[in-house]
Design a protein. Sequence first.
Length: 177
Amino acid sequence: MRSLSQNAQTNLSVEEIMRLVEIGESVNPEDIVQSQLDASEDNFLAFSDYYGQSVLVPVSGDWQQIQEYVRGLLVDSYIKDEAARISVLNGTMEDGLAGSVGELLRSFGYQVDNIDNASEQNYTRTVIFDYNGDNPYTIRYLEQRFGVSAQRRQAPSDSENLDIEIVIGGDYDSDTQ
């Protein structure tokens, strides 16, 4: 502790530090995921010259692929444990909207089982239908992500393997997701 206090500054109390030690000791090493991003073959980065400096840049030219990879490593354990079966439907006239939203949700670890168009394309607001109430964490995260409250509803008879349905409306802004 003396060595640490001479080489680091923190606003944590001794009690908080001891609690972190306790939490750290309870972590199973087999549950720790390790990964690295580098310029090795089949990785996401490559060396490039930037004003005479050697820098690592995304092989694909943008950071999206790396962001998706990291999100896949950091899947929220509640989302993973609930494994809610989700359908994403496009309720607008914008082509491919359900597909892009569904892929974004998959990159965050959601189990998106269906991507399609809604029966009507005149939804002005995004709607989340909770068909069974068994996935409170997933519902809460989706409500926060889309800025709407989920509606409890009886599942349609042809969707017995569906827990949550999201109908993307005209209010959806991909820049805020």
